[in-house]
Design a protein around this ligand. Structure first.
Ligand code: AMP
Ligand code: ZN
Length: 108
């Protein structure tokens, strides 16, 4: 499948991860819209949020989102968590944007 995030997950495309475990990878957004802009991405190909059929995956993703809020120093600081779907997304492989330290509401 010609999916850039699958290629990153299976190391076809090299990418330095901020965090990685068996199921999840985290790396900086290539086009950041705020001082912190990272993507929390399941390694497994899921096209978008509505297609998730395993509640455990939600748990895994959002546990890592919490962890990333802490490790990027965003606890108690302005941040936003966003998931595009329904065709608004550019990349059809589920990813959660964590955007922080913005001075105004960031566009996702
Ligand atoms: P979305 O509109 O939610 O699908 O957003 C896709 C995001 O992925 C955008 O913010 C892009 O800047 C980002 N992006 C695209 N390609 C890469 C890449 N190779 N590495 C990191 N971020 C990427
Ligand atoms: Zn994929």
């Amino acid at each position: 499948m010609n999916c850039i995030f699958c290629k990153i997950a299976n190391k076809e495309i090299p990418k330095e991860f901020i965090y990685e475990d068996e199921d999840i990878m985290v790396f900086p957004d290539i086009n950041p819209s705020a001082p912190v802009h990272i993507l929390i991405v399941p390694k497994k190909h899921v096209p978008e949020m509505i297609a998730v059929d395993d509640p455990i995956l939600f748990q895994k993703i959002f546990q890592v989102v919490q962890k990333m809020i802490k490790t990027t120093g965003l606890t108690g600081k302005p941040h936003r968590i966003g998931i595009n779907g329904g065709g608004l997304q550019d990349i059809d492989h589920l990813h959660v944007h964590l955007i922080g330290q913005m001075s105004r509401k960031a566009e996702l």
